[in-house]
Design a protein around this ligand. Structure first.
Ligand SMILES: CCCCCCCC/C=C\CCCCCCCC(=O)SCCNC(=O)CCNC(=O)[C@H](O)C(C)(C)COP(=O)(O)OP(=O)(O)OC[C@H]1O[C@@H](n2cnc3c(N)ncnc32)[C@H](O)[C@@H]1OP(=O)(O)O
Length: 225
């Protein structure tokens, strides 16, 4: 086994946190993450005068000093608590502690369907006024992957094929996915991302349970996030 695979496995952790402790952390860190996410938008769009920008910067630097006093060297990894509750809180698309995530709160069914209504603000712009194509890929990767995981057939993305049918606006969007078929360690999932005028991006993904995870307790990797 290569070092990088061994390091990757170490970041899947059963930390035995109780449901109460997980709820406490979610209540504490959720608002922090939301505030930082809003800060990204405000920093992008503010038009206040120079002194206000400099004053805001001082406040932000001071908040960072406070938070840095004790810090996980990172990344966050994926953790399971005592009841099996999963926390992928660092996830770039869905992580409760990741201000970069839109975030996606994906609803899943055990038959391998997933859907999410979400909002993309100005921080996700690609072409003027439109969603960045890589962000659409991020969203679809997550939603298709969640569908595979919900059905107990999780995997790493092997191939993700996208067809950008019409420009994706910013704002209120929807994505959904469903398992098309399972072929051994491969799960083939299809889905789309849509805006107010209809489907913007169609997707097909092949999700593969990596060699190192085969034969492991699949419940540990298949609890919906
Ligand atoms: C205990 C923990 C377990 C965790 C596992 C699940 C985690 C996720 C779970 C839940 C997530 C929720 C949602 C998340 C969504 C976002 C996911 C991402 O962003 S993932 C990051 C981007 N993807 C990568 O970085 C992959 C990098 N590539 C690899 O690691 C390997 O190449 C991998 C795993 C894709 C395949 O390697 P091999 O060695 O395990 O597979 P071989 O045994 O060679 O092949 C198995 C079958 O797959 C086909 N295959 C191999 N690579 C393929 C590919 N790239 N595309 C299509 N098919 C491929 C082969 O032809 C073979 O098919 P035949 O069984 O013979 O029919």
């Amino acid at each position: 086994m290569t070092d990088s695979i061994a390091r990757q496995q170490l970041l899947y952790v059963q930390d035995q946190a109780s449901d109460d402790e997980i709820a406490r952390q979610a209540e504490l860190y959720g608002p922090l993450t939301d505030s930082v996410r809003e800060l990204i938008e405000v920093a992008l769009l503010t038009e206040v005068d120079d002194p206000e920008v400099r004053a805001a910067l001082e406040h932000i630097e001071s908040a960072k000093r406070l938070l840095r006093q004790r810090i996980n060297p990172g990344p966050y990894g994926v953790r399971w608590g005592a009841s099996g509750q999963k926390r992928a809180w660092g996830n770039a698309a869905a992580g409760l502690r990741n201000a970069v995530a839109p975030p996606l709160i994906v609803e899943c069914d055990p038959d391998g369907r997933a859907r999410v209504d979400f909002h993309l603000g100005s921080a996700y712009e690609g072409p003027a006024g439109l969603t960045h194509g890589g962000v659409s890929a991020l969203v679809l990767d997550q939603v298709l992957g969640a569908a595979a995981e919900a059905a107990g057939a999780p995997g790493m993305t092997g191939t993700l094929t996208l067809r950008y049918r019409r420009p994706t606006p910013l704002g209120a969007l929807h994505a959904e996915a469903r398992i098309d078929r399972v072929e051994g360690v491969k799960t083939i999932v299809t889905g789309h991302l849509s805006g107010p005028d209809g489907v913007c991006v169609e997707a097909e993904g092949v999700f593969i349970l990596p060699r190192w995870a085969r034969g492991k307790d699949s419940a540990a990797v298949s609890d919906p996030a």
